[in-house]
Design a protein around this ligand. Structure first.
Ligand code: TXA
Ligand code: MG
Length: 338
């Protein structure tokens, strides 16, 4: 693994790196971001290069106060104002009509811009001291699992970044909810840390999923959040059948099963394991609450990858509340890989 140039908790230093056109990984309450000053085109280009991300996936502009949105959006609809009041700072990104004279518009997606005010104190200090607008995707290589600790960032990106601002493990653990306010009613493009139920309590009914006109909805690519191992996500009660199926496949291929499990503490794993002739290489039992499960999930997937399993079977919580974001990420990690 490459050695990181600098890693620490110095937000003022990190901000000076950004002002000079550098790239800094920083903590948010959701996942770590890979930030550049949103106004500096070359710095933003470096973020794309480090991530290996296609240029047609725009970055979220992170702000340190709601007023800064006006530098990027030409309009903040009333429902956006309500959402900002209810959930900022927090795990909610808004897609708004973009100001056509916004700085460094090159990286922005046509007529819209994504904005978010994160809830982590180090992120807010960094953004404010760096000039008020930090463009950042999650701090992983394109297609890999988002980092939820500074160690994850260092393992993924090594010394490709100029500084890693270490704010400890992320509290939410899955990415922000993305809500588009471009259409008639608000549309959830990506479920995340703020639940659909919470959003609807503020703005009424919402649409969910990509709009027909919004071709670049997030995470539509296969295996967008994927670990290296194959992954199968099952609902409660589906573990036994999944184990039996995998056991039969491994036998048919003449191989010993080599699998890892992510379950909830309350799942009855012992009973399900009777369905397979073999024991898991690694078994990780996560918190029973969706919030606890989400917080621990990406770390668990990384640990199972490190254990060298060929298949991860994950038992999902119910797909409501925060469970919707978990089901979305596990579904994408499983997509077209089995
Ligand atoms: O929690 C988060 O949102 C984290 C932290 C670092 O803030 N960031 C994050 O960024 O997950 P990223 O780039 O990994 O995912 C943001 C998604 C991308 O799929 C991108 O294509 C989409 O948001 N996006 C950005 N601007 C958009 C726009 N104007 N219209 C539609 N989708 C947009
Ligand atoms: Mg990402």
């Amino acid at each position: 693994m490459a050695v990181v140039a600098r890693i620490g908790q110095d937000a003022a230093f990190a901000a000076s790196v950004l002002r000079q056109g550098g790239v800094v990984a920083f903590p948010t309450e959701t996942v770590y971001g890979l930030g550049a000053d949103a106004r500096q085109a070359q710095a933003v280009e470096r973020v794309y290069a480090i991530k290996g991300r296609p240029r047609n996936h725009p970055l979220i502009v992170h702000v340190a106060d709601p007023g800064a949105v006006m530098a990027w959006a030409r309009e903040v609809p009333p429902l956006a104002t309500l959402l900002i009041g209810a959930f900022w700072p927090g795990p909610l990104a808004l897609i708004l009509p973009r100001r056509l004279d916004a700085p460094n518009a090159a990286f922005l997606d046509g007529d819209s811009v994504a904005v978010r005010m994160p809830a982590h104190p180090l992120a807010l200090a960094l953004i404010a001291q760096a000039g008020g607008a930090v463009a950042a995707p999650s701090a992983n290589r394109f297609g890999a699992i988002s980092p939820t600790s500074a160690e994850h960032v260092a393992a993924d990106l090594g010394d490709d970044v100029d500084y890693i601002l270490d704010g400890g493990p992320c509290d939410v653990g899955v990415e922000s909810t993305i809500v588009s306010l471009l259409g008639e009613i608000p549309r959830i493009l990506r479920p995340g840390g703020v639940t659909r139920e919470q959003v609807e309590a503020v703005v009424g009914e919402v649409a969910v999923g990509p709009a027909p006109t919004e071709v670049r909805a997030p995470g539509l690519l296969a295996s967008h959040y994927a670990p290296r191992a194959s992954l199968r996500a099952v609902r409660s009660g589906g573990l036994e059948a999944a184990l039996a199926a995998y056991g039969a496949e491994a036998r048919a291929a003449g191989r010993a099963p080599r699998f890892g499990l992510v379950v909830r503490k309350s799942d009855d794993v012992a009973a399900a394991l009777a369905a397979i002739d073999g024991t898991p290489t690694a078994l990780i039992a996560l918190d029973d609450t969706p919030a606890g499960f989400a917080r621990q999930l990406y770390e668990a997937l990384r640990q199972l990858d490190a254990a060298g399993v060929e298949l991860i079977i994950a038992c999902m919580p119910e797909p409501n509340g925060l469970g919707a974001a978990i089901a979305d990420r596990l579904g994408k990690a499983a997509g077209e890989r089995t």
